[in-house]
Design a protein around this ligand. Structure first.
Ligand SMILES: [Zn+2]
Length: 743
């Protein structure tokens, strides 16, 4: 397409022709935009008028020939003035003269050689990620001289929308999309012929230079909070349901390639609605070989806009939505960076108390559980100077940098405490706490046997202990909250098992979205006991920063709610997705900008499905218990997937206390669920508290008779782990349906 040159005048490529083509392209774009906008909102009569007008449009030349409105065409040709705001989203180029636009186009790399599409190349594979221009100017419809086919336009538009969603969902390369378009365009002539046109690949955000910590040049892009809120959040919620938005922010380093130190430092944002974190979106990204040199510079645009939004709010339809900063969710190094404090290896590292660390066996430990607590005021006034490295730019936001920067549990507990217990102590520690190879093998075998019983809500199934160096945070969470107490029982030394159960029970209490706040005091006592016993069980050098921080965990739960309402899991998921958007090592930040623009187009059409429960998998195998209706295999409800297939997703805890195995879903006038109840229910453990208080049961004897109940009787989905000759029943605590949302 790049060297079409069908117009006879293109051969000379005179400057006059170059300018004419540039202006024409801008006018075409403007007219096309006007047409599409008017088309969408106009009646069929108006559409006919618009179609008729296309015959007299200014662009009825021999080339592509966009459909335009005659009124606008006349106006444009007379005044030689066009509106160009759609392309650059800035008023500075609006109402520019033809000469100005011509210059603008040429300076921005637009192809001015007379071809119909801009900045294309025969070798699309080399172009894909090296072009940094807006290709929206290519015509979506190229049949102005033909009679306009309304149905065809609608069909092509709908097909185009579906293709954008599909390409975004599966991260399909532009080369592949272009190839598909070439095939489809034979049958749908209205479809664009280039992927960049379809996907609206743009790089509207300027990429700015910014130094990294090593004084090397890096790059930075600011997407904006308000703009991203409109793009990613407001289209999924009702305007009337919002009067205030509580925002969580995440700053973290993201290594990009194994072969280089190139890394992103994104600022992500998510709203916290009803204690559930929405899908995060990108506010800004730095790209360099290390972290940004200055937090002030890196956070400058972000703080400036957020300060403004805190005062003025964000307009959403007819409503002004108040913006509140709920907190900053980061790991310890990122917290130290944005708070301008000493790192977690410093003597005054604890962010919640003023304890001074002590060296024991060349390890920095924090054994004092009752040191003076920090407060937002003491942080602001830097009463303990040794804790600070400078003044944090976040102070300008007027948020408490002790209370609003929580110790989140993905990094602190899953990747911190639980990994340390397993790797540093039980598998590779001193002989008095280390488990033998034979015992480790037994634990691994048991974990692998549990695989078929792990609910579909867990993206990763258990792996053997020999793979522990590659375990992810979700695997440590699965071990700590569900399978650890089962596979360690009878194998780990009794004292160590009871000590581990202190942590298990405390975390289970704090994960429960319904009861976390009211159980804070109990959980706090368990965690303090856990930390205070470390010295005796694992040695004086075991009370390191991570372990010590546990004693402050419940302070954050009191403020933020259950652990999952301020966890880094959704942000970590988003970071992983950002990384997967890159297709090669060249200009990663520019690639990211283009992919995000494409994906946001797909997301804008994604409609959140709130119509729970959702049934699927029709069958006629029963049992029905005499209930007439359509039978289904699975049901999505409460954010969980229930399925009668397999052994993992068919168990539920009912509000009446019964634990049931679901065997059928029947849709008639109402939704009926058929299940069998367990007849025996007892405690699985009694230390440090009775497991039944946490809805954890040892169950046995499934009743042969099925009974019928309603889906509204279900309180929780359960994971049922076989243990000896019975089952251990765990209610699922965390909900991942938000992070599992389709892109
Ligand atoms: Zn402390």
């Amino acid at each position: 397409m790049s060297s079409v040159n069908e117009h006879p005048e293109t051969s000379g490529k005179s400057s006059r022709w170059v300018k004419y083509r540039s202006v024409k392209k801008a006018v075409e774009h403007h007219m096309n935009t006007v047409y599409v906008n008017e088309y969408e909102s106009s009646s069929s009569d108006k559409r006919r008028k618009l179609n008729a007008g296309s015959d007299t449009a200014v662009n009825s030349t021999a080339c592509s020939g966009n459909i335009v409105c005659s009124d606008h065409a006349d106006k444009s040709s007379n005044s030689n003035t066009v509106s160009f705001t759609d392309m650059y989203e800035t008023n500075s180029v609006a109402n520019a003269t033809a000469e100005e636009i011509s210059g603008l186009l040429e300076s921005d790399g637009y192809c001015t050689s007379g071809c119909d599409s801009v900045t294309e190349n025969d070798d699309s594979s080399t172009v894909e990620d090296n072009v940094d221009v807006d290709t929206e100017t290519e015509s979506f419809c190229d049949h102005s001289n033909a009679a306009y086919d309304e149905n065809e336009y609608k069909e092509a538009s709908q097909l185009g929308d579906e293709l954008v969603d599909w390409a975004g969902k599966h991260n399909v390369s532009q080369v592949a999309v272009s190839g598909l378009l070439k095939i489809l365009s034979k049958y749908h002539s209205s479809l664009p012929k280039d992927a960049r046109t379809l996907l609206k690949t743009t790089s509207l955000q300027p990429v700015l230079p910014m130094k990294d910590m090593l004084n090397n040049p890096g790059e930075y892009v600011y997407f904006g909070i308000e703009r991203q809120l409109h793009r990613h959040l407001f289209n999924t919620v009702s305007e009337h349901s919002l009067d205030q938005l509580q925002l969580l922010f995440n700053v973290d380093g993201l290594p990009l390639f194994r072969s280089s130190s190139k890394q992103f430092w994104p600022i992500l944002c998510a709203a916290c609605v009803d204690d559930v974190i929405t899908k995060p979106f990108v506010v800004a990204v730095f790209c360099g070989n290390s972290k940004p040199m200055s937090a002030d510079v890196f956070l400058g645009d972000f703080i400036s806009e957020l300060s403004h939004l805190q005062q003025s709010g964000v307009r959403f339809g007819e409503t002004i939505v108040k913006i509140c900063v709920k907190g900053f969710i980061c790991d310890a190094p990122a917290r130290a960076f944005i708070k301008c404090i000493k790192g977690h290896s410093g003597y005054y590292a604890c962010e919640k108390c003023e304890d001074r660390g002590k060296q024991v066996n060349k390890k920095l430990t924090f054994p004092n559980l009752d040191a003076q607590l920090r407060s937002d005021e003491s942080f602001l006034h830097q009463t303990q100077e040794e804790h600070h490295k400078g003044v944090s730019p976040l102070i300008a936001l007027n948020v408490g940098l002790v209370t609003c920067v929580p110790l989140e549990y993905m990094h602190l507990i899953c990747l911190g405490v639980m990994r340390k217990l397993l790797m540093v102590h039980w598998l590779r520690g001193e002989h008095n706490v280390r488990i033998s190879m034979q015992m480790a093998s037994l634990i691994s075998d048991h974990m692998l046997e549990l695989k078929p019983y792990i609910c579909s809500e867990f993206n990763r199934k258990p792996r053997a202990l020999r793979d522990i160096d590659r375990w992810k945070a979700v695997e440590f969470r699965l071990f700590l909250c569900y399978i650890g107490p089962v596979v360690l029982r009878g194998i780990l030394f009794s004292e160590l098992y009871h000590h581990f159960m202190l942590l298990h029970v405390a975390v289970v209490m704090l994960l429960d979205p319904l009861h976390a706040r009211e159980r804070c005091e109990d959980a706090s006592q368990l965690l303090r006991k856990f930390v205070s016993q470390l010295h005796e069980l694992y040695g004086a050098d075991s009370v390191v920063y991570t372990m010590h921080s546990l004693i402050h965990l419940t302070d954050d739960v009191k403020q933020f709610g259950a652990l999952d309402s301020y966890s880094a899991f959704p942000f970590e998921n988003e970071l992983g997705q950002l990384k997967r958007l890159l297709r090669n090592g060249k200009a990663p930040l520019r690639q990211l900008c283009r992919r995000l623009a494409e994906h946001s187009n797909a997301r804008e059409r994604t409609v959140k499905n709130n119509s729970w429960p959702v049934l699927s998998g029709i069958h006629c195998n029963g049992p029905t218990c005499g209930t007439l209706g359509v039978q289904y295999n699975s049901m999505q409800y409460l954010g969980y997937t229930f399925s009668v297939k397999g052994t993992a997703d068919c168990y539920a805890l009912l509000k009446c206390g019964k634990i049931v195995k679901i065997v059928n879903f029947i849709d008639s006038a109402t939704l009926s669920v058929i299940g069998h109840a367990f007849e025996e229910k007892s405690s699985f453990y009694s230390y440090p508290c009775d497991s039944q208080a946490l809805n954890v049961f040892k169950v046995n004897h499934l009743c042969k008779d099925a009974f019928v109940f309603s889906h509204t009787d279900i309180a929780r989905k359960c994971m049922m782990l076989p243990w000896k000759k019975c089952f251990i029943c765990y209610p699922l605590l965390h909900v991942e349906h938000v992070t599992r949302q389709e892109v």
